[in-house]
Design a protein around this ligand. Structure first.
Ligand code: FAD
Length: 549
């Protein structure tokens, strides 16, 4: 197939959707995973790496649920550490330590998508100085060999230099510490593609609509391809429900009388307008009026603020309430000299937390963040809760559980902490300037390609060099070649897949994403062979979603 995109279309065979769907229809699997967020794709990679026959279906796109809507921190959780210290809770300490270990793994296996970030905790009262200094020293100590920088006290002047947005009045100083930051949706995609490269059959836009049972045991699932409308059955020895906040819905497909195990809460983030200079260091607001922590972070050239924690309804497109935005802005204005109003907000989105209910918890903020694994009478495994940072550990636990309780083959020994995610194997931080020169790209575009695609950035650059280097939106470094790459190598099937999760334009600037839409539809239509009706429906779908992701 030759496209008038000026290049020969050469998607790798293993990433062709029709090939993957063909396998889903034809084969019987050791394991079927439902849900393509961090948890599900993590399990797919773990299983594939053990040499098992594994299938995964995701009803929308990879990371279209909670996994693209996080604060984008790879962390042990300073908030959880505080809880551990206050309540002398050994379990919480272990959670923080495990997450810090995973932090260093992620920074190693995906060096293009994850980096360390300095974070500043401002101190306004005398007691806070020893409290946060000692606390963050404990955080460093728990990281052990995985430390990514020592925390230290900053005097007032130095604190303002590191974090110029801080309010100087009454500031006594700050503590500087380090955590990890990442591109959540692209990390999720990298895990999915790496799993495919290891033999997993992983497909997006395929929904599980019912479960199939034989003699009381789940043996497969009825699925529907949401792009073609086709329905069929996938057969598997073991099924894992990794549908995050939707876990109870899938448990009800198994047992209509299953008691709910989740309560869900909404976590809203806002992105400020581009004219606010993105700081080098992030700011941790140590205590909101309701006793939580908030972050003000540099993210892809913009400022990201989050997050809230309020009970909500389960939804694929959770709405953002005005008072949630006001809550964030109010606290930012208390601690920083940004002095922002709703008019300064460029984007806002909500992610749903799948919190595992603890019977006597009075509010969702106090529910456990650790993950749980439960087994139904018919052998359906459900894994939910946890954190992005610990997806790999969750995957290991889920697989070990399936081996112990469901007769899943153990498979070969393998450790996903040694497997670099796609783009990470030969990644070197110096490639941006070489890319810029080799493919005549401007510096921000080359830097974005390097960050997003790692050691595959050259291949995207080569597509750009075939006349596809136009920007999708003037103020952002995303280019046409990325749309082609997304369709060929990253299983992008809709314009929203490209705008929200292959690039992050829809999260950064929905208005710019809507402007970019016609060109994205045009490129995808040509690449994927869409007819006129499909082109129109794509354009319509995104407009209907409007500014709510
Ligand atoms: P999801 O990402 O929601 O994935 C579940 C998937 O299942 C969805 O894509 C859905 O479409 C699919 N699905 C549902 N039903 C079906 C079906 N019938 N058939 C097929 N597919 C189906 N963690 C951190 O470590 N760092 C952070 O900074 C951080 N920030 C956060 C901020 C917020 C606001 C929230 C809400 C969470 C944050 N977390 C963070 C936690 C982290 O984001 C989640 O723990 C993680 O993303 C959960 O992933 P998941 O795969 O379990 O769920």
């Amino acid at each position: 197939m030759t496209s008038s995109n000026g290049s020969k279309a050469t998607p790798s065979r293993s990433l062709l959707r029709e090939n993957l769907v063909g396998k889903l229809r034809a084969e019987t699997f050791d394991l079927l995973v439902i849900g393509g967020g961090a948890t599900g794709t993590g399990i797919a990679l773990e299983a594939a790496c053990r040499g098992l026959k594994i299938a995964l279906v995701e009803k929308n796109d990879f990371a279209s649920g909670t996994s693209s809507r996080s604060t984008k921190l790879i962390h042990g959780g300073v908030g959880y550490l505080e809880k551990a210290v206050r309540e002398l809770d050994r379990g919480q300490f272990n959670l923080v330590r495990d997450a810090l270990r995973e932090r260093s793994v992620l920074l190693r296996i995906a060096p293009h998508l994850a980096n360390s970030i300095p974070l500043v905790v401002p101190l306004y009262r005398a007691w806070q100085v020893p409290y946060y200094w000692v606390g963050l020293k404990i955080y460093d100590a728990l990281a052990g060999k995985g430390s990514i920088g020592s925390s230290r006290f900053l005097r007032t002047g130095e604190a303002l230099e590191r974090c110029p947005i801080l309010k100087p009045e009454r500031l006594l100083g700050a503590v500087l510490y380090y955590d990890g930051q990442f591109d959540d949706a692209r990390m999720n995609l990298a895990i999915a593609v790496t799993a495919i490269n290891h033999g997993a059959v992983v497909v997006n836009h395929v929904e599980v609509t019912s479960l199939v049972k034989e003699t009381g045991r789940v043996t497969g699932a009825q699925v529907q391809d949401k792009l073609t409308g086709d329905r069929w059955e996938i057969r598997a020895n073991t099924l894992i429900n990794a549908t995050g906040p939707f876990a109870d819905q899938v448990r009800k497909l198994d047992d209509p009388h299953a008691e709910p195990m989740l309560s869900v809460s909404s976590g809203v983030h806002v992105v400020l307008k581009t004219q606010f200079d993105s700081p080098d260091a992030g700011l941790l607001i140590p205590e909101t009026e309701d006793g939580r922590v908030l972050f003000v972070l540099p993210w892809l050239g913009n400022i990201l603020i989050g997050t809230t924690d309020n009970p909500t309804e389960l939804s694929e497109h959770p709405q953002v309430r005005g008072q949630e935005i006001d809550y964030l802005l109010h606290h930012v204005n208390m601690y920083s000299n940004l002095q922002v109003t709703r008019a300064d907000v460029q984007a806002a989105w909500s992610g749903i937390r799948p919190l595992v209910a603890v019977p006597d918890a009075k509010d969702t903020a106090r529910l456990s963040r650790d993950h749980v694994i439960v087994l139904s009478a018919s052998n359906l495994i459900t894994i939910t809760g946890g954190k992005w940072t610990t997806y790999r550990k969750m995957a290991e636990d889920a697989m070990n559980f399936a081996v112990r309780h469901c007769g899943l083959r153990r498979g070969s020994s393998c450790s996903t902490d040694q497997i670099r995610l796609v783009g990470g194997a030969r990644y070197g931080p110096q490639t941006a300037s070489r890319l810029a020169t080799a493919y005549s790209l401007d510096t921000p575009v080359a830097a974005n390609l390097q960050r997003a695609y790692g050691d595959r950035a050259e291949e995207v650059g080569a597509i750009a060099a075939q006349g596809l280097d136009g920007r999708l939106a003037p103020a952002y470094p995303y280019i046409e070649a990325e749309v082609i790459w997304a369709a060929r190598q990253e299983l992008a099937q809709t314009a929203l897949d490209v705008l929200a999760r292959r690039t992050r334009l829809a999260f950064l600037d929905p208005a710019a994403a809507i402007e970019a839409l016609p060109r994205v539809v045009e490129l995808l239509a040509e690449e994927l062979g869409w007819d006129e009706a499909r082109r129109r429906s794509e354009a319509e779908t995104y407009r209907q979603l409007g500014r709510a992701l």
